[in-house]
Ligand binder design. Structure first.
Ligand code: SAH
Length: 477
């Protein structure tokens, strides 16, 4: 007998972290694509969303809250949506598996060490939250025990037991949070094992990550996102670049070798401290980081008449404030690369930038950083109108033969579309062959073999049909 389908997560209904546990991944991507298109299409072209090959267990930062529940004792889990009721979670589709196991061990050790879960209402008890961060490339693991008061009884034994169960843990911290707040971490922090931070490698650069610093939760897609950011920025080595809302400096440092100077600005003190260390350890001498409000900082730059060629901006969900956008317009960089985790505020800021200044959205690409959830990351390239940069559309050599009749989608877009929808790769040559068949390449000499005798691979019927699908999608046929 067929088992009743209950979905992939037993607490999906209560948790609220995921939206799409029962939705096939391709469908999720389609929903997100449509949402971004609806919001951004009036500003310019929206490319196909870049999805993940393996979308589960991508979160490298995992948090659990502890509570006491009758009959169960200490449970770990997440707050039920829009409440402070704890839903016990044993395993999660989004989270790094190892982090989930460590949380389970902390919970069981708390029971055997008779450590009580903190009660938010009474302030009684000790163990409040646990935060686990995993370095995707390095495998380093940080465990932060968030306690209601600073003393962990039998601390040494607790550490020993936890590390015995999970030798891959590289550092453990105690963070004290005794406030009535929905923030996980409090101000006081104490390293009780290891170096107090983890490192990870992203785009070939090594980054120090502290407990409180922002670090993208999906390392695989972050690399994709940053590659796109670098592609949009079109740096030649001569540019002065601002990395606004820079966190621990990941974007700025990943492009530093291709710029003359990088200036990073970030509000969070710990993140800036990490960014400075990261610049040093990666040997980046042309990068400076400042701790400041990005809007205030940019306004000061504008008032000082500083010249900036490219601005990367990666604000929090609320988007950028008017002060920042006004200063941006005054500074007038050639290109703005806007990275956003909230399409609504992105659209709002795009409206401001395109209506109040000479900027135009050249292109937007959604990147799926948060599979199974409603979260959508997008990256947008804005260029100044009436300048040469405005027409700097990236062209491959093979595309130089394009004629006006086929200007709808680039070869890359067609390749991306086919890959996203079928998992198959198609070459520019095959696309050209199909376009020719469909009568949308006028230049007869496109991609002809070098000599009469040389043979060119020919597109299979299967791929031909897939490419035709893509051409239809882009309304080219
Ligand atoms: N670009 C980084 C961080 C992006 S998250 C990365 O990719 O990892 C957004 C960052 O903006 C966070 O680090 C947050 O601390 C910072 N931030 C929030 N408000 C800010 C403000 N008003 N000024 C400067 N930085 C701010």
């Amino acid at each position: 007998m067929e088992k009743k389908k209950t979905g992939v997560c037993p607490v999906a209904g209560k948790c609220g972290g995921c939206r799409y546990t029962d939705t096939p991944y391709k469908k999720q991507l389609k929903i997100k694509q449509e949402r971004v298109e609806n919001l951004l299409k009036e500003y310019g072209r929206v490319k196909s969303i870049i999805g993940m090959e393996e979308p589960a267990h991508y979160r490298n930062k995992v948090h659990a809250v502890f509570a006491f529940q009758k009959g169960k004792g200490v449970v770990s889990g997440i707050y039920q949506e829009k409440s402070h009721r704890v839903v016990a979670v044993e395993g999660c589709l989004l989270e790094n598996g190892k982090a989930g196991e460590i949380i389970g061990s902390v919970r069981e050790l708390a029971k055997s060490f008779k450590i009580k879960a903190y009660d938010e209402d009474s302030g009684y008890g000790l163990l409040r939250h646990v935060l686990v961060r995993v370095g995707h490339a390095t495998g380093e693991i940080m465990v932060v025990l968030v306690l209601g008061s600073p003393i962990l009884p039998s601390k040494k034994n607790f550490i020993r037991e936890l590390c015995k169960l999970h030798p891959e843990i590289t550092t453990i911290l105690i963070n004290v949070n005794n406030k009535k707040t929905s923030m996980v971490l409090g101000d006081r922090e104490q390293v009780i094992y290891g170096k107090g931070y983890i490192e990870d490698v992203l785009c070939g650069k090594r980054f120090k990550i502290s407990a409180k610093s922002f670090y993208q939760v999906n390392a695989v897609q972050t690399e994709t996102l940053y590659r796109k950011a670098a592609q949009y920025a079109k740096l030649t080595g001569k540019e002065t670049v601002v990395d606004a809302y820079c966190g621990i400096g990941t974007i700025g440092l990943s492009v530093a070798e291709r710029a003359k100077k990088v200036i990073g600005v970030e509000l969070n003190k710990d993140a800036v401290r990490d960014a400075v260390v990261n610049a040093k350890s990666n040997g980046a001498k042309n990068v400076d980081f400042y701790q400041n409000d990005a809007g205030r900082f940019l306004t000061q730059m504008a008032e000082a008449g500083e010249k900036v060629d490219v601005v990367f901006m990666d604000p929090p969900r609320s988007g950028s404030k008017k002060e920042f956008l006004d200063a941006l317009i005054r500074i007038s960089p050639k290109r703005i690369v806007y990275i956003s985790c909230e399409p609504e505020t992105l659209a709002r800021d795009l409206q401001y930038l395109t209506k109040n200044s000479g900027y135009r959205m050249e292109e937007a690409t959604p990147v799926d950083m948060f599979p199974f959830t409603e979260g959508i990351e997008s990256i947008v390239l804005l260029s100044k109108l009436h300048t040469k940069q405005n027409i700097e559309v990236e062209l491959e050599m093979s595309e130089m033969d394009l004629t006006a009749a086929e200007s709808k989608a680039t070869y890359e877009e067609i390749k991306d579309y086919v890959l996203e929808h079928t998992g198959l790769k198609v070459s520019s040559l095959y696309i050209a062959q199909v376009k020719q068949k469909c009568g949308i390449i006028e230049r007869a000499n496109y991609n002809l073999p070098k000599s009469e005798k040389s043979r060119q691979p020919k597109c299979s019927l299967e791929k031909e049909l897939l490419i035709e699908d893509a051409l239809r999608h882009f309304k080219m046929i």
